[in-house]
Ligand binder design. Structure first.
Ligand SMILES: Cc1ncc(COP(=O)(O)O)c(C=O)c1O
Length: 394
């Protein structure tokens, strides 16, 4: 007899993310993958993490291997508060919650704010993991387009009046997947609107430390600590495998998130938090970020050069000043999803744009990652892609 699982309505609605499915397809070793958002594995600070973990086991093993508090290791939160304060953010260590990746932060914010049928405002395209996390709560996305200066903030006020959204979800700096950065003027305007209408902003910021060109911009959190919930993560600047990230928000938000997290996993991995703290305390972070900026900056240059040299003239792309991705627009009518099967035959992969559109669309767009493959493979991969695109779209 076949068992009939009595899954909840919410579980029945959850779909696997297109990225996860695609990653499986492109994980064959001979495929040059521009698909994932993976850091370069050869750059992981293995030595530094080894030294930190040896130290922790020798001197703090009895704490590091024990259960710990839900809000996270106090010294790690203190380190983060200090670092954020240096960047102009008004935040206290008690306004920080350590999470199992920013992905968990997104899910917990969903639990905290969202009910079936609620509206949220986001850019389109936007981070596929956020679409997945918020969709689990049955929400509707009111999407706002991006241009070269980020999300079109002038459309947000009308959207708030019309939809009464629970929050505005944005990735202002080196947006995933668009690669664009919100201008300072728009940042100020967005914070002003959020304050006026009392709609919180969720600022997802995994990439601002990975700038290769231009000047640092203030985070939304620095411009409006009261209305902004900031998500930061060690995934792209140290290691995603440690699954350690943080939420910085006003105390009442953090207090609720702590209670919700307690039910989800009690606390983030204690050992990982101790190791990270030890690594950071020794000055490992800034040294490592410097290495990443140099190497990823070079990979970005190589990819942009290869695109200019090889791609057909009708194809356009963004030129990000940082982060891990750039966004490609094929001529209208082209189908990036269908073209992916051709690309995989040529042993190269990317993520088709529709994955990043919560309400459909973006058929002629795609995302390219430039952090994971070496410069040599980036050149080769772009040539292979150019061959596919030239043959199919001219
Ligand atoms: C915009 C954005 N938010 C959140 C995440 C998830 O990060 P974490 O590894 O901290 O869960 C990513 C990962 O790619 C991302 O690009």
């Amino acid at each position: 007899m076949e068992w009939r699982w009595n899954f909840s309505q919410a579980a029945l609605k959850v779909k696997s993310s297109a990225i996860r499915d695609l990653l499986k397809l492109t994980q064959q070793p001979d495929v040059i993958s521009f698909a994932g958002g993976l850091p370069a594995p050869e750059l992981f600070p293995v030595e530094g993490i080894m030294e930190a973990s040896d130290y922790v086991l020798k001197h703090e093993g009895q704490f590091a291997l024990q259960y710990s508090t839900t809000e996270g290791y106090r010294l790690l939160r203190r380190f983060l508060a200090k670092r954020m304060t240096q960047k102009g953010i008004v935040v206290d260590e008690d306004e920080i919650l350590i999470t199992g990746g920013s992905q968990q932060g997104l899910d917990l914010l969903g639990r905290l704010f969202l009910e079936e049928g609620d509206w949220i405002i986001s850019a389109q395209p936007t981070y596929v993991g956020a679409i997945q996390a918020f969709n689990a709560y049955g929400v509707k996305f009111h999407t706002i387009p991006l241009d070269k200066d980020g999300i079109k903030v002038d459309l947000i006020e009308e959207a708030i009046k019309e939809k009464n959204p629970k929050f505005i979800y944005v990735i202002p700096t080196f947006q995933n997947p668009g690669g664009v950065t919100l201008s300072v003027e728009r940042r100020k305007k967005l914070v002003e609107i959020a304050r006026r209408y009392q709609v919180p902003i969720v600022e997802d910021d995994p990439y601002s430390e990975l700038r290769y060109e231009g000047e640092d911009l203030p985070t939304l959190k620095a411009l409006g600590s009261d209305v902004v919930i900031l998500l930061g993560t060690f995934s792209k600047i140290v290691s995603p495998g440690l699954r350690t990230a943080w939420v910085a928000a006003a105390a009442p938000v953090i207090e609720k998130l702590i209670k919700l997290k307690q039910g989800a996993d009690l606390h983030t991995n204690t050992f990982a938090q101790y190791i990270l703290h030890q690594f950071l305390k020794g000055g490992g972070l800034d040294k490592h970020i410097k290495i990443l900026r140099e190497e990823y900056g070079q990979r970005r240059r190589v990819m942009l050069e290869a695109l200019r040299e090889n791609f057909p003239p009708k194809v356009k792309w963004t030129s990000p000043q940082g982060g891990l991705f750039l966004w490609v627009e094929l001529p209208s009518g082209a189908d990036a999803t269908a073209l992916l099967s051709e690309a995989v035959k040529e042993k190269v992969a990317y993520v088709p744009g529709p994955a990043f559109f919560p309400n459909g669309g973006g058929e002629n767009t795609l995302r390219l990652n430039f952090s994971n493959a070496s410069p040599k493979l980036i050149r080769e991969g772009v040539k292979r892609l150019a061959k596919v695109f030239s043959a199919k779209i001219g």
